[in-house]
Design a protein around this ligand. Structure first.
Ligand SMILES: Cc1cc2nc3c(=O)[nH]c(=O)nc-3n(C[C@H](O)[C@H](O)[C@H](O)COP(=O)(O)OP(=O)(O)OC[C@H]3O[C@@H](n4cnc5c(N)ncnc54)[C@H](O)[C@@H]3O)c2cc1C
Length: 393
């Protein structure tokens, strides 16, 4: 197995490196490098810049206007963006629903929805989880009843990430209660500005409103917004979840944050403490090991073999690493890391304690925020069950 990049891949990396550094607004990368609050405009501004270049749909095939990159090229693109301090691409449109529309949508749906996703103009949300239906997603209860040429939707979704900005939502709804729960689910595209949709923010541990509850009260959805066939939505939902194999590890972000951890440790004098440096070294070894796992998946894909079925392992290790670097940053900053000051997450904030605007202040927020990583995208306990079944046999 050859894990080294070819000269062509290196040249590709150089091209992406140069372009991203030239086009990423410095005020946005400053925020990302210091874990400051990103506004909607920051996230969508970067999405639009990528969209103009044709790189927002960086995983898309050429026939749908994408760059047609290989798995390795996609990985290099993600890495260059993360290391430069670009915001993560909000995945719900370009990474999640777009491949479903390409694979199962009608030509009319493809013409209607894909351009707005590719350009970054339209903000999508993911409407899968419900109260009581997270890990056990197939038990979802939001009902869609067909009446003539429309569906009437009633029910509730929850944990909808950035749903406060959502314009469209891809939604799993129950269209039948016959047979197994999986066979009565459909995949609907829902205009979030429709009458009867209410979005209510949920405040998380870090004091931010990153997720929402979304309620549907007799919401009318044109039947033409059904993807594929009625009651086959579970197949499309599974296709969507399986689509991203290596991105879920978020190893590139961990590489960037490792450098931030080292900066903080040096500033606070803990770099000279050998025991603390040991902890950083252990973390670095884990990150390199995770990167090797990602490269092994890419190498398998490149040589036409079935990619290793280790998405669950990548998710478990990646999320644990993210929580570990947040813990070490807190330890490195000591008492300065403790206050949870919301203004400190805004660029230019001048705190009245040492290190106020030097990347220390939002550490508590980052720490609390990253508690989510072992829950979302399928909890780590559930991932362990899947790994046990698929990898260990
Ligand atoms: C920050 C954040 C953002 C999210 N964004 C979105 C979004 O945009 N859209 C969306 O649809 N959903 C989103 N989710 C929901 C996410 O997918 C669910 O939280 C997740 O699937 C877990 O479901 P649950 O919260 O209902 O917990 P539950 O399924 O109730 O699980 C509770 C606990 O029981 C454990 N558990 C459950 N089943 C098993 C089992 N079989 N074996 C062992 N342990 C088990 C779990 O690991 C967990 O510890 C988000 C969640 C978070 C935290």
């Amino acid at each position: 197995m050859d894990l080294a990049f070819t000269p062509e891949e290196q040249a590709f990396r150089d091209e992406v490196h140069g372009w991203v550094r030239a086009h990423l607004p410095p005020e946005i990368s400053h925020k990302v490098h210091n874990a400051l609050r990103l506004t909607r405009d920051d996230m969508q501004g970067w999405a639009r810049i990528l969209g103009k270049k044709g790189w927002l749909g960086y995983g898309w095939p050429r026939e749908f206007g994408g760059p047609g990159w290989s798995a390795v090229q996609k990985h290099l693109f993600e890495e260059e963006c993360a290391l430069a301090g670009a915001p993560r691409i909000v995945p719900f449109g370009p990474v999640m629903v777009a491949p479903v529309i390409m694979a199962f949508g009608s030509p009319e749906q493809q013409r209607r929805f894909l351009p707005g996703i590719a350009s970054g103009e339209v903000w999508w949300s993911q409407g899968y989880s419900e109260p009581g239906s997270g890990s056990d997603l197939a038990s979802l209860k939001t009902r869609a009843v067909r009446q003539g040429d429309k569906y009437i939707v009633n029910g509730q979704k929850t944990w909808t990430t950035l749903g406060q900005y959502g314009e469209w939502m891809f939604n799993l709804v129950r269209t039948s209660t016959e047979g197994k729960p999986q066979t009565g689910i459909s995949f609907l595209l829902l205009d979030m500005k429709s009458p009867g949709v209410t979005v209510r923010p949920i405040r998380l541990l870090d004091g931010e409103c990153e997720v929402n509850e979304v309620f549907f009260d007799n919401v009318e959805v044109p039947a033409e917004n059904l993807i594929g066939e009625e009651n086959k939505g579970w197949n499309y939902a599974k296709f969507l979840l399986a689509h991203e194999r290596t991105g879920i590890a978020d190893v590139n972000r961990s590489k960037r944050e490792l450098e931030r951890l080292k900066r903080i440790a040096k500033r606070e004098g803990l770099w000279d403490d050998l025991r603390f440096r040991d902890q950083i070294a252990l973390l670095e070894v884990d990150i390199v090991a995770l990167e090797m796992m990602v490269l092994r998946v890419l190498a398998a894909q490149k040589s036409g073999r079935n990619p290793l079925d280790i998405a669950g392992l990548l998710k478990i290790r990646g999320s644990e690493i993210q929580q570990r670097y947040a813990e070490l940053m807190m330890l490195a900053a000591g008492p300065f890391a403790l206050p949870l000051i919301h203004e400190a997450m805004d660029a230019g904030w001048q705190g009245d304690f040492p290190g106020g605007d030097a990347g220390l202040a939002p550490l508590a927020s980052t720490y609390f925020n990253l508690r989510k990583t072992t829950i979302y995208g399928g909890s780590n306990e559930v991932q362990r069950n899947i790994v046990a079944q698929t990898v260990l046999g």
